[in-house]
Design a protein around this ligand. Structure first.
Ligand code: HEM
Length: 290
């Protein structure tokens, strides 16, 4: 079973043209298997989570009842990206599994939205958010080792509570960067093969071999995203992760959840300077963090 489709170019050379479309099913089944195995593991085998006590004891009264987690701009980016990502997946893959429609126009428009929103996100995260919060740090690596040891029944101290993002979320973000940027960079070049509003059509920009490899990379990134997005949606719906999903809608998480999972020394509560927020906190009888 060849994972690529090949053709013969005008000079008689064999060149790749696409991935083989059965890879769509390989990715979807891999995503589904991950979900099933994880759900069974959590339901029947996983032990309750344990964390090391916080190095600096926290006074819960100093933590606001609603801990701000995602700004309005960050949430808007997330949902615009999600909408464009789903549009890209459905427009790309439905025609390959028998649902025929004129997909290319919808696809490149969603691709342009995703590209613009990702460019904005890189700028926003670099200059306005805590850029390093999404990259693994030394404590994450030490705790990953401790968690592995404990998983195998060997003696090891429990891990610390998380900073803003658990290691798993950071690794997932890394995988999305690789697959997402591969789809975006190749997709931008592929726009010159079809008619768009951005640049004149020029299918001769690259050799047939280079185009072929570009389509293959685009397709591989695309099927990789099928499995990655399935996992992401599954975790977003799991009951114990719902407070995190809710924070991507409303912007905050409860003090209880924050203190249960996060270490205020590693992720201090952001203090909002907004007077409106302070007033709202007073009206709701919450501690004023503003
Ligand atoms: C979730 C992300 C994406 C997925 C799953 C995806 C998937 C696909 C697939 C499977 C194809 C067919 C490729 C082939 O025939 O070998 C395709 C074509 C195409 N993609 Fe994407 N893509 C994504 C993102 C993007 C982005 C971000 C852009 C633009 C910036 C883009 C632009 C295009 C264009 C213009 C084509 C048509 C090329 C043609 O028909 O010649 N795609 N995409």
């Amino acid at each position: 079973m060849d994972p690529l489709q090949w053709a013969i170019d005008p000079w008689g050379k064999i060149v790749p043209i696409h991935i083989a479309w059965f890879l769509i099913w390989v990715a979807a089944i891999a995503g589904l298997l991950f979900v099933i195995v994880h759900a069974i593991y959590v339901r029947y085998f996983a032990k309750p989570r344990q964390f090391e006590p916080d190095a600096v004891p926290v006074d819960p009264a100093k933590i606001p009842a609603r801990v701000p987690r995602h700004s309005l701009v960050a949430r808007a980016f997330h949902w615009i990206m999600a909408a464009s990502m789903f549009t890209l997946l459905f427009t790309a893959f439905l025609p390959r599994v028998g649902v025929q429609f004129d997909w290319v126009t919808y696809h490149w428009i969603a691709g342009a939205v995703l590209t613009a929103s990702v460019l904005f996100h890189i700028f926003h995260a670099s200059f306005f958010l805590d850029f390093w919060s999404i990259w693994p740090d030394k404590i994450d690596l030490r705790d990953a080792w401790r968690r592995t040891q404990r998983f195998m029944g060997k003696p090891a101290p429990p891990p610390e509570r998380f900073a803003k993002y658990p290691l798993e979320n950071k690794l997932y973000h890394g995988a999305i960067i690789v697959a997402g940027l591969s789809a975006i960079v190749t997709g931008v070049f592929m726009m010159s093969r079809v008619r768009t509003i951005f640049f004149p059509r020029n299918p001769y920009l690259f050799s047939d071999m280079t185009w072929g490899m570009m389509y293959v990379l685009h397709g591989l990134a695309g099927v990789g995203l099928i499995a990655l997005i399935m996992m992401h949606v599954y975790f977003g719906l799991r009951p114990e992760k719902r407070p995190i999903t809710k924070s991507m809608i409303f912007g905050w998480m409860s003090r209880d959840f924050y203190l249960e999972e996060h270490d205020p020394a590693r992720w201090p509560v952001e203090v909002s300077p907004s007077p409106a927020r302070s007033q709202a906190a007073k009206t709701e009888g919450l501690p004023d963090v503003g």
